[in-house]
Design a protein around this ligand. Sequence first.
Ligand SMILES: [Zn+2]
Length: 196
Amino acid sequence: MNIIRILGSVTLACCSASLSTILYNYFHKEETEVLFFYGIVPICNLHHNIPTITLPIQNNECFECKVNIIIGYLNKAKITLDICMYMLNHELLANAIIGAYKRGVNVRLILNEDNSTSTWQIGNIGILKKIKKDKHKEYLMHHKFVIIDNKKVILGSMNWTKISVRANFENVFITNNNELVYSFSQEFQRLWKQFN
Ligand SMILES: [Zn+2]
């Protein structure tokens, strides 16, 4: 009898586990995207002719078009944008951050150093910004991740700089996986407290 009861409990636990997985998958469709930047620069005709203007996606291989995909995610931010970036001086990406702030998104920025006009501009308009202090000089704040509305995280090897986009081999990974987003949010909060 006991064995039947135990078997019953195990079956119920298994069923509820799979039911919760089914419900999770039903209500939370996992979306991921990976972008690779190649170092040797492929660029679409439109961006070849007008390299500084944000245009619709023209070509899957064009690095400027890939930047536009990242900008597309930033443009969808509604509530929060938490940015933790070793280096940030890409004008279009900085403009997308400023655009989010101007439409009411709560933007926070953590940098290793504040040494570019883009990040000064971001600070000057009132965006909250924290810089790793000199007392930790031997350690770099080398992260590159951005959390959008606590629902998506953009991460990978790439700093948001012109040289990284145009001339480096880089990867950028975008996901709405709950556990990953939660882990990066926790780490952002920890760093936000650590750096004054
Ligand atoms: Zn292009």
